[in-house]
Design a protein around this ligand. Structure first.
Ligand SMILES: *Cc1c(COP(=O)(O)O)cnc(C)c1O
Length: 358
């Protein structure tokens, strides 16, 4: 399918941010949007990069009532050599198609999806910031647009992609976070849609996050919904625990999101000879390891921060300090190595980088 490109006129363009240290995350968006429509009788049609615009939806558009909404998150990086890179974008494309399947939404041809990202990022390349650790965040989204009430899969959809510059996650170096283990509320359960990047999962997570924040914690550590015993994820990231010489993360059992960063961490750590286990890990085991001094490092993984060190865990009324509240050695090494691959500063032994500039 051809992608129509309609460039915004100069008067339609926004002023680009001048201070890259104040970009933050998710507040600024560029001048263009990619859109493509779907109708059950004709499939996907009308793919275009157009001037950024509001969406016009009927109040009965099904996404507003029954939650058929899925999204993705990835970044474009400006390398030292001036080239523009994506990091494992096919993984995001495939994951979105997995989400689509589960929510009875249409999948998108992988080639076309990648082409859409590439075209939009190339049109917006002047929006990619230059500072170290900065990037262009890419947010593909699909919503159900059929005008109808009644619970059934929509017959029409809109797929769109917006992009915007985001700041460096650690402008002043690592800052280990404090996390709160949620015992009362759960995010998702096996058999549900926890493995999909679907809007409803995030709505379900807000309440516990607010409780954690009021108590002074940055993120919620989710436990499995059935036994409330095994660790699953933290906020919108996966989580890893270094106990003795074993790096442990929850298995992909259906209730957690299969993070691209999670997978990269596993592959990279294994390539260094670290023993990595994807297995159920209970809070009891973590507490025993902590008491015995064997809990060496804890970190979250995700596209936004790559890895984010955890310095403290609150569980059953007590705070537990990890590695003296400091960033662990493995955490820091993973961060540096993945970052250097993303920005084209290092060999790419895993074939993760995709250069999109000619
Ligand atoms: C996006 C997300 C992650 C991390 O996935 P990445 O592909 O590494 O960015 C983990 N957990 C949840 C709930 C997420 O939404």
């Amino acid at each position: 399918m051809e992608i129509r490109i309609v460039k915004a006129s100069d008067s339609h363009r926004k002023a680009k941010p001048t201070d890259e240290s104040k970009l933050g995350f998710g507040k600024i968006f560029s001048d263009h949007i990619f859109t493509m429509k779907y109708h059950v009788d004709k499939g996907w049609y009308d793919a275009a990069v157009e001037p950024y615009h509001d969406l016009c939806l009927d109040p009965t558009a099904m996404c507003l009532h029954y939650g058929q909404e899925i999204f993705e998150g990835l970044k474009a990086y400006r390398g030292k050599d001036g080239a523009i890179y994506l990091f494992r974008p096919l993984e995001n494309v495939r994951r979105m198609n997995v989400s689509a399947e589960r929510l009875c939404m249409p999948t998108i041809d992988e080639e076309l999806y990648l082409k859409a990202i590439r075209e939009l990022v190339l049109v917006e390349q002047d929006w990619i910031p230059h500072g170290q650790g900065t990037s262009l965040y890419i947010r593909p989204t699909m919503i159900a647009t059929e005008k109808a009430l009644g619970v059934h899969p929509s017959s029409e959809y809109l797929f769109f992609i917006v992009v915007g510059p985001v700041g460096a996650y650690y402008p002043e170096g690592f800052s280990p976070t404090k996390i709160f283990v949620s015992e009362d509320y759960v995010r998702s359960v096996r058999g549900g849609i926890g493995y999909c990047k679907a809007a409803g999962n995030y709505a379900a997570s807000l309440y516990a996050s607010q409780i954690a924040m009021k108590m002074g914690y940055t993120q919620v550590l989710w436990l499995d919904a059935v036994e409330r015993k095994y660790v699953e994820e933290v906020g919108t990231s996966n989580i890893f625990f270094m106990i003795g010489d074993e790096l442990i993360t929850a298995p992909l059992s259906g209730s957690i999101l299969p993070g691209v960063t999670r997978n990269s961490v596993i592959q990279m750590a294994r390539s260094w000879g670290v023993k990595v286990s994807e297995r159920p890990l209970s809070m009891d085991e973590i507490m025993v390891a902590s008491a015995q001094g064997k809990l060496k490092e804890v970190f979250a993984s995700g596209t936004a921060a790559i890895v984010s060190p955890v310095g403290q865990i609150y569980y059953q009324g007590k705070e537990h300090l990890i590695n003296g509240g400091k960033t662990g050695e493995l955490t820091e090494r993973l961060y540096n190595e993945i970052l250097q691959i993303q920005y084209g500063e290092k060999e790419d032994p895993f074939g993760w980088r995709m250069k999109i500039t000619p």
